[in-house]
Design a protein around this ligand. Structure first.
Ligand SMILES: *Cc1c(COP(=O)(O)O)cnc(C)c1O
Length: 348
C-alpha cells in the first residue's frame, strides 16, 4: 500500500463520511435554502466565536474573499514572506483583490508587533494604504508551527493601534487548537475574519469556511459569488464538513505524534538534517546534505518508486505530512524507505 505523505489534502472520505454525504438534506445554497450548508455555517461560526460564517469551495477562496472583504483595491496587506497567500494562491491578492502584499520576515512563519510598527505606512497620498494583516496559524512553510498566543495578542494589539483589520488563515487552525489544547474561538479572538479548511487533516473531500462579524461575512458572501464560488446543492459537501468537525478533530493528536516519530526516525539517517524538536503539529520538513548527491526532487522520485510519497519544497528540502490515512505502523516503513533512498543516491 502506498504511504502518501505529500499533504494532508490527500485524505479520502471515510465510509461513514460518504454515508452522511449521501444522506444529506440539500437545497439551493445560492437561493439560501440548503439546510445542511446553513447548519454548517452556524456551527462553524459558533466554534470560531463569530457572528456569522460562509461556506466556500477552497481555502484559497476563503482567504481571497476575506482579503477582498476587508480591503479596497490599492490597499496594502501585511503577511509573512512565506505565507500561503503569497506562494500558493496564483497571485490572487493582486488578480482578484487588487492589493499589494508586503512580506514580513521572522522564523517559523511568524513575525511580531515591531514588524508591523515598522511596515505600516504613514497617511500620505504617495503611499498605498496599509489596511490588513494576515496571520497563518499553523504556518505551512514555517514547518507546521503554532503561533504562541501571546505573540498573536501582541500582533493584534499592534494592528489595532494602527487601525488595521486582521485576517487569520487558519487552514490548519484545528491542528494549532489540538497542539495547544486551546479552543479555536480563543485562537480566532480579535481577528475580523478566519478561514479554516475541512479538506486537510479533517479529511473532507472539499470545502472551507470563513467566519467573522455579520458585515464582513455579508461582503465575503458577495465576493464568493463574484469569484465563482457559490454552489447549489452544496449540502453534500457541508455534510462531510460537519461530520469532520464532529469526528476528526481530536484525532489530529495522533497525526502530531506520528509526525514526531517520523522526525526522530529521519534524524537518525546520516545525510539528513531535521529538527525533531521543532515539530509541533503534523508536518515534518527535512534537508538533504549535499554529500548525499541527491536533490529533493530526485529523492522523492526514488521514494515514489518504493511506494512512499513526499513533496520536494526546495532544492534540497522535503516535506512529509501526517494525516487521517497515515497509521503509526506506516511511519517506520517511511523512515526505512528514506534511509534506503539516501543510500541508493550515495551509490551503495
Ligand atoms: C492549504 C492551505 C490553504 C488553502 O488551500 P486550497 O488548496 O485553496 O484549499 C490556505 N492556507 C494555507 C496555510 C494552506 O496550507
Amino acid at each position: 500500500m502506498v504511504i502518501d505523505l505529500r499533504s494532508d489534502t490527500v485524505t479520502k472520505p471515510t465510509a461513514e463520511m460518504r454515508r452522511v454525504m449521501a444522506a444529506a438534506e440539500v437545497g439551493d445554497d445560492v437561493l439560501g435554502d440548503d439546510p445542511t450548508v446553513l447548519a454548517l455555517q452556524d456551527r462553524f461560526a459558533a466554534e470560531m466565536g463569530k457572528e456569522a460564517a460562509c461556506f466556500v469551495p477552497s481555502g484559497t477562496m476563503g482567504n481571497q474573499t476575506s482579503i477582498r472583504s476587508l480591503t479596497e483595491p490599492g490597499d496594502e496587506v501585511l503577511a509573512h514572506a512565506g505565507s500561503h497567500i503569497i506562494h500558493y494562491e496564483t497571485g490572487a491578492p493582486a488578480a482578484l483583490c487588487g492589493v499589494m502584499v508586503r512580506p514580513l520576515a521572522g522564523p517559523g512563519g511568524m513575525f511580531d508587533a515591531a514588524d508591523i510598527d515598522e511596515a505600516v505606512r504613514p497617511a500620505d497620498a504617495h503611499y498605498p494604504r496599509t489596511r490588513l494583516v494576515v496571520v497563518e496559524n499553523t504556518s505551512n512553510r514555517g514547518g507546521g508551527s503554532v503561533w504562541p498566543m501571546d505573540r498573536v495578542g501582541r500582533v493584534l494589539a499592534a494592528a489595532a493601534r494602527h487601525g488595521l483589520r486582521a485576517h487569520l488563515d487558519g487552514a490548519r487552525l484545528w491542528n494549532a487548537s489540538v497542539a495547544l489544547g486551546v479552543p479555536c474561538r480563543d485562537l480566532a479572538r480579535g481577528f475580523d475574519t478566519v478561514t479554516c479548511c475541512f479538506s486537510k487533516g479533517l479529511g473532507a473531500p472539499a470545502g472551507s469556511a470563513v467566519a467573522g462579524d455579520r458585515e464582513s461575512i455579508r461582503r465575503v458572501h458577495r465576493f464568493r459569488k463574484m469569484f465563482g464560488g457559490a454552489m447549489r446543492q452544496a449540502g453534500i459537501l457541508a455534510a462531510a464538513a460537519l461530520h469532520a468537525m464532529e469526528h476528526h478533530v481530536a484525532r489530529l493528536a495522533e497525526d502530531h505524534a506520528n509526525a514526531r516519530t517520523l522526525a526522530r526516525g529521519l534524524a537518525g539517517i546520516s545525510g539528513i538534517a531535521v529538527d525533531a524538536g521543532a515539530v509541533e503539529t503534523n508536518m515534518v520538513f527535512f534537508d538533504l546534505d549535499e554529500s548525499t548527491g541527491a536533490t529533493a526532487a530526485a529523492l522523492c522520485a526514488s521514494l515514489d518508486r518504493a511506494g512512499v510519497r513526499m513533496l520536494p519544497t526546495a532544492m534540497r528540502r522535503v516535506r512529509a505530512v501526517c494525516h487521517l490515512d497515515v497509521t503509526a505502523a506506516m511511519i517506520p516503513r517511511a523512515v526505512d524507505a528514506v534511509a534506503q533512498a539516501v543510500a541508493t543516491a550515495r551509490g551503495h
